[in-house]
Design a protein around this ligand. Structure first.
Ligand code: COI
Length: 354
């Protein structure tokens, strides 16, 4: 078993932090001084290394490049009012990471590597956490297969890494969404619930087509009828209809079990809304819009946090919203932010101190 003291740490000579302006930082462009790297070989995880962020030297035959055994997670660290670094629900991401690993026939990562690795990295890099609302340090754990052979089989070797990126808002403005009914993201029995790299690559063509039509993202629907809503872009999705919040349920394995999704469901319940996790047909959404009861639509995700949807287009039917009148999504966002930045008590135990 690897314990905290078993990590090898190589120190940097000079931090890049002074070269970067942490105001208005685009998502995923800058990376911090350190990264964590650990190899899996001969059926076991080797000693984790924390070292200066640097390129990897990889063989062209690397299995992950050819057959896509590659998974990742997204987590955020915040700085509270007292200047302490706190990580939002990392244990839930750790659990989901290993669910993705199993689905992709990859080894699971031990908790002492994932969680202690996170703690040690953030400890070294806490100066990189932007102290500004809607800003945070995005944590990207990932794993990929490293066998150097192009035979199609589960790899015997893997690399698990964590990199960190200071970030501002992902979708800065309310979005226009196209309800997709030709291409699909996930099918029952597939890998939709896994945070597998291929799910994102597979989504790019349909998203690009929607962008050509002037939309920001697609709302995915089921593969059989193209009626039941799944995810929206890289986010889970919530509909406020009357005094209910409705979000697609996870039973078919086509939707990612979002940590932000779960947090938002908890907050919505506490706000007194009835939350329904169930199959949601786009026809029901349209009927609610026609009846005037569909009041808000928004996406939830680690990178995106809460993103307002100002337009939803299904075939010839356009649903346009005045997001400035909304009350639910902004309130949920404010409650989440207050917990994250330590302005309100963390009654759910969501914030992990280092
Ligand atoms: C996240 O919210 O962390 C995601 O995984 C979205 C990402 C692909 C930008």
């Amino acid at each position: 078993m690897v314990s905290v003291t078993d990590f090898n740490i190589t120190k940097i000579n000079r931090s890049k932090l002074n070269d970067i302006n942490l105001e208005n930082i685009p998502f995923g462009k800058y990376f911090t001084d350190y990264m964590l790297e650990v190899d899996y070989e001969d059926g076991e995880w080797k000693t984790p290394e924390i070292k200066p962020y640097q390129p990897l030297l990889l063989e062209p035959s690397l299995a992950a490049i050819h057959y896509g055994q590659a998974i990742f997670e997204g987590i955020k660290a915040y700085k509270n009012l007292a200047g302490e670094a706190l990580i939002f629900r990392p244990h839930d991401n750790f659990t989901r990471f290993n669910i993705s690993a199993e689905r992709m026939q990859m080894p699971t990562v031990p908790e002492e590597i994932f969680m202690d690795g996170l703690r040690q990295l953030i400890n070294l890099e806490s100066n990189w956490i932007p102290a500004k609302v809607d800003h945070s340090l995005y944590i990207r754990p990932f794993m990929f297969s490293t066998d150097e052979t192009i035979g199609v089989k589960p790899s015997e070797k893997y690399k698990f890494m964590i990199i960190l990126s200071p970030t501002g808002p992902y979708y800065a403005t309310p979005m226009r969404i196209y309800v997709e009914e030709q291409y699909v993201r996930a099918v029952p029995g597939g890998i939709g619930y896994a945070k597998a790299a291929g799910n994102y690559g597979g989504a790019m063509y349909a998203t690009a087509q929607a962008k050509l039509k002037g939309y920001d993202q697609v709302l995915w629907t089921d593969a059989y009828e193209h009626k039941y809503v799944q995810e929206c872009g890289t986010m889970n999705v919530m509909f406020i209809i009357g005094n209910k919040a409705i979000t697609p349920n996870l039973d078919e394995g086509t939707i990612l079990k979002g940590v932000t999704r779960d947090s938002v469901i908890t907050i919505l319940n506490e706000m007194g809304l009835t939350v329904e996790e169930r199959a949601l047909n786009i026809d029901e959404v349209i009927e609610a819009h026609k009846a005037g009861t569909l009041s808000e639509v928004f996406g939830t995700g680690t990178a995106a946090t809460i993103s307002l949807i100002k337009e939803l287009r299904y075939k010839e039917y356009d649903m346009v919203f005045d997001v400035t009148t909304w009350t639910v999504a902004p309130k949920v966002k404010a409650i989440l932010n207050d917990i994250r930045y330590g302005k309100t008590a963390d009654t759910h135990g969501w914030m992990m101190k280092l």
